[in-house]
Write a protein that binds this ligand. Structure first.
Ligand code: HEM
Length: 407
């Protein structure tokens, strides 16, 4: 690994009392369950100093929909702009510029050939599984490289050094969205990675312009539609790419760990997968037990109320999505894992003005990653390890013995 790569790579997590507590699923689920009960009894969000915590589903949903009262730019814009060389929609509040860039992005996404992408993801996942069989790392050898390959196919850049590419994306994500304590080492890794990403995109856009081969991926569609100039195409693709790889690998790992501990759920998923039924609903329900984003943040623009609680201008407002997805008003019988709950109440991918733009890709990729691995009979074969906030390594084993596999 060269010096630049070493500077960018997120190191293994240093285990502390707090990280062990937050990694403890039984504890975080207990807290979320307790939080939503308390909030329902109180009849609204809690205030702790200048922080408001919304836990009921209707309060979290209202928080994310009232985008003129509860802003995202004060949360994300500065860090996004520092690493992305300009704004990106996830750091922009309602404005003409946001609408224009979102429209361009969604118009380009709508032109993607999702059937071809699905075939590609399936093939990649199967090949990775076969290459690793019978013992491999379900994150480092499977989910993360599959998500990286998907990102390359969607966004149009394919740097030769795949490990550097994935680690650069991770470093930028860690600072942009997870560095709430402004850790300078996390920031330094992102700032070292940012010029790489800028150059990968700029060089590829220039190459396509010069050769007049715009391509059929998201980059090609954005360039061809002509709604955004080339630098805006670069920032849009860069912003999207950052949130696409480790989110997918972590979401996969969380669902897989939840399922590995629940034989009935595993059997249900495997049976549905083998019968060709869509397992996405059940995956999202399993993810409620250990969500990728337990919270989403906003800042109050002016004095107002949320769910009856007074909010002051500048208050930090936390939407506790993990608690909200245990609220029986939105998820009746919330402890049960069901395959066919309505999609709208899930908050894994946000809601309101900034719902995840990767939803259609997630709906393909997550079930494929989970379904193929479970169908092969893979079981955890060691502990989950972390690099900073990212789930990084999860050893699995596929038994040669059919009975073991089915158990
Ligand atoms: C399964 C993995 C993923 C998870 C858990 C996830 C989660 C989220 C969440 C929670 C938000 C909203 C954040 C907020 O409101 O503060 C979001 C936004 C976004 N996500 Fe994802 N995401 C995932 C995968 C992806 C992928 C694969 C892509 C791209 C292909 C993507 C692109 C985006 C974009 C562009 C936004 C901003 C949308 C906007 O501002 O209008 N995400 N994601």
């Amino acid at each position: 690994m060269d010096d630049l790569h070493a500077r960018i790579k997120t190191p293994p997590r240093v285990s502390t009392f707090l990280t062990r507590l937050l990694d403890n699923r039984a504890f975080t689920t207990f807290l979320a369950r307790f939080g939503v009960r308390l909030s329902r009894a109180k009849g609204g969000p809690f205030r702790f100093g200048s922080t408001i915590i919304a836990a009921r589903h209707k309060d979290v949903s209202e928080l994310l929909h009232r985008d003129l009262d509860f802003l995202i730019a004060p949360i994300n814009a500065a860090r996004i702009e520092a690493v992305n060389g300009g704004p990106f929609i996830l750091g922009m509040d309602r404005s003409a510029a946001l609408i224009r860039e979102r429209e361009a992005l969604y118009a380009a996404l709508a032109q993607m050939d999702l059937a071809a992408l699905e075939t590609r993801i399936r093939t990649e996942a199967r090949q990775r599984l076969e290459a690793g069989h019978p013992r491999f790392d379900a994150i480092a050898d499977y989910a993360r490289p599959v998500a990286t390959a998907t990102a390359k196919a969607v966004f149009g850049i394919a740097p030769e050094d795949e490990a550097l590419f994935a680690d650069a994306v991770r470093a930028i994500f860690a600072h942009t969205f997870l560095n709430l304590g402004n850790d300078s080492a996390v920031e330094a890794r992102a700032l070292a990675a940012a010029p790489l990403m800028h150059d990968w995109f700029s060089a590829e856009i220039a190459r396509r312009r010069n050769t007049d081969t715009l391509g059929d991926d998201l980059m090609g569609h954005l360039l061809r539609q002509g709604r955004l100039d080339d630098d805006s195409v670069r920032r849009t693709l860069g912003g999207m790419l950052v949130g696409s790889i480790d989110t997918t690998a972590s979401t996969f790992a969380r669902i897989f760990c939840v399922v590995a501990e629940d034989k009935a759920l595993a059997a249900h998923l495997i049976a549905d997968w083998r019968q060709g039924r869509d397992i996405y609903g059940l995956c999202l329900d399993a993810l409620r037990r250990w969500p990728h984003n337990p919270i989403l943040l906003r800042k109050a623009a002016a004095e107002t109320t949320l769910g009856g609680t007074k909010v002051r201008a500048g208050d930090r407002v936390i939407g506790w999505t993990e608690a909200a997805m245990l609220d029986p008003d939105a998820f009746p019988d919330p402890e049960r894992m069901l395959p066919d709950r309505p999609m709208a109440p899930y908050l894994h991918f946000g809601t309101g003005l900034h719902p995840c733009a990767g939803r259609s890709i997630n709906a393909l990729q997550i079930p494929i990653l989970i379904g193929i691995l479970l169908d092969a009979g893979a079981k955890p074969n060691g502990a989950l390890h972390w690099a900073g906030p990212f789930s990084d390594s999860l050893p699995v084993r596929i038994s040669e013995n059919r009975q073991d596999r089915e158990a």
